[in-house]
Design a protein around this ligand. Structure first.
Ligand code: PHE
Ligand code: NA
Length: 460
């Protein structure tokens, strides 16, 4: 319809398929690749875990990403409205939009604490550059991290800086904001990552790291490991947060959704593996523990950089890389919420971005205080499983373990079972065989796998 065309023209489209790929990859590549993937791989024994993770990306991640992009492009509105439109068009209840509602709320909540962690990374650029880690022992390096977490003022400063960076980009809209940012940040990120891998090859422990990552030892793999791999496949591809719907809503009609989703997923996977190849040689070269957990990046690694030739320089570059990765992800978390407010409240792009950014910044303060002043505040302590969990922990827990799987599950079921096959086939442009593989994965495999993780998480 002409009204539809006018609406699409007013919202704008990505300038090219590449622009979408860079933006979606920018969303996908984040702390999950550089911080989380290496440490969960370390904790779960290496190669066998990596294999399971790759399988999860292929049979769960890619199908859901395609479903989300499909809904965004078919709806051409904010994620919630798009989901409603596509549902109504297929004679379904507009109630299906709840999957996007969950996604948008999750994006908002996740951004509030993602920005706090992005702030840690930003503050580490300064620490590395000033040589604060140079020649220091584990105690000193640990206390730098401890002091950061113990100081609400420092955390607030860096959280504010990071959130401001995100708001500035999103406020400028699709072309001069998002596209311009990813055009600069993504190539820079790849260059930095390759430099980090190059540096890792000089440590003399590159082979050890490669075999740790790529030679599967199935005896080290547990059921827990399998489920962690599955959950991480979701998180790392930015699924279940309405992000791919928001980004898909700006995608040109001539672009193949299938091919594009595969490219984005491969890039994300490649970055995770390269991050592993950059980090583990440094870990092994310094006799550090590969399974050191979440502290791997903020404690273990700085310690290593502090001991190595040119460590201050490469440490600085590494944290710049981390901030770039987190920045493009945070942009993608803000986008779906801003799209929604913009179409709903009609106060324009700038006003909507400021409003959402401010609200998110405020919520982030709760996470900041959870690390220090409110570290004893555990609102759900009356339930045994939430004992000792701070507000920060709870926000993380409910988004990652409840909201994302739920949103992804509903989206998979909706697209797999309720969208008319003809329009779906025309839109995703897959070969008949791949189309049937995709819809069958969405119908049978994805919901089952997500449910298993979901139930397992709730019971463990
Ligand atoms: N996909 C990102 C990562 O791997 C995490 C993320 C989640 C980013 C949600 C944006 C939104 O770090
Ligand atoms: Na990722």
């Amino acid at each position: 319809t002409t009204a539809g065309q006018n609406h699409t023209a007013a919202r704008g489209l990505w300038s090219s398929r590449l622009a979408f790929i860079l933006a979606a990859t920018g969303s996908a590549v984040g702390l999950g690749n550089v911080w989380k993937f290496p440490y969960i791989t370390g904790e779960n024994g290496g190669g066998a875990f990596v294999l399971v993770y790759l399988a999860c990306i292929a049979i769960i991640g890619i199908p859901i990403m395609m479903a989300e992009v499909y809904i965004g492009r078919a709806g051409r509105h904010n994620p919630i409205a798009s989901m409603r439109l596509v549902a109504e068009r297929n004679g379904c209840s507009s109630g299906w939009r709840v999957s996007a509602v969950i996604g948008v709320i999750a994006a908002f909540v996740i951004l509030s604490f993602y920005s706090v962690i992005g702030g840690w990374a930003a503050s580490y650029i300064g620490h590395s550059a000033m040589g604060d880690f140079t020649g220091q022992d584990a105690e000193v390096v640990g206390s730098i991290f401890g002091n950061l977490l113990a100081s609400p003022e420092k955390l607030l400063l860096w959280h504010s800086v990071f959130m401001l960076l995100v708001v500035i980009v999103v406020a400028q809209g699709l072309k001069s904001g998002l596209e311009r940012a990813v055009n600069i940040l993504m190539p820079a990120l790849f260059v930095l990552l390759l430099m980090a891998v190059g540096y890792a090859t000089t440590t003399g422990h590159f082979g050890e790291a490669a075999s740790f990552l790529f030679s599967p030892n199935f005896s080290a793999l547990t059921m827990d490991g399998v489920l962690i791999a599955l959950g991480h496949a979701f998180f790392t591809l930015s699924l279940g947060m309405a992000i791919m719907m928001a980004y898909g809503s700006y995608l040109g009609n001539d672009v193949s959704i299938g091919r594009t989703a595969v490219v984005v997923s491969l890039m994300d996977t490649m970055v995770a593996l390269l991050a592993g190849l950059a980090i583990f040689p440094v870990v092994f070269a310094n006799g550090l523990e590969a399974g050191a957990g979440p502290g791997l990046i903020f404690q273990t690694l700085p310690l290593a950089f502090g001991q190595m030739p040119l460590g201050a320089l490469f440490g600085t570059l590494f944290f710049v890389l981390l901030v770039f990765a987190a920045w493009t992800s945070a942009i993608s978390l803000l986008e779906p919420v801003v799209e929604w407010v913009e179409e709903k409240v009609l106060i324009g792009r700038g006003g909507s971005t400021l409003l959402v950014g401010l609200a998110c910044w405020l919520l982030g303060i709760a996470s900041i205080l959870s690390l220090n002043v409110w570290s004893d505040v555990t609102p759900l302590a009356m339930f045994e499983r939430f004992e000792g969990k701070t507000i920060f922990d709870l926000l993380d827990y409910f988004t990652a373990n409840v909201m994302l799987p739920l949103s992804g599950l509903l989206t998979a079921i909706f697209v797999g079972w309720f969208v008319a096959k003809e329009s779906l086939a025309k839109d995703v442009s897959l070969s008949p065989v791949m189309f049937s593989v995709w819809t069958n994965l969405l119908r049978y495999v994805t919901p089952f796998a997500v449910l298993v993780v979901f139930i397992y998480n709730l019971m463990s």
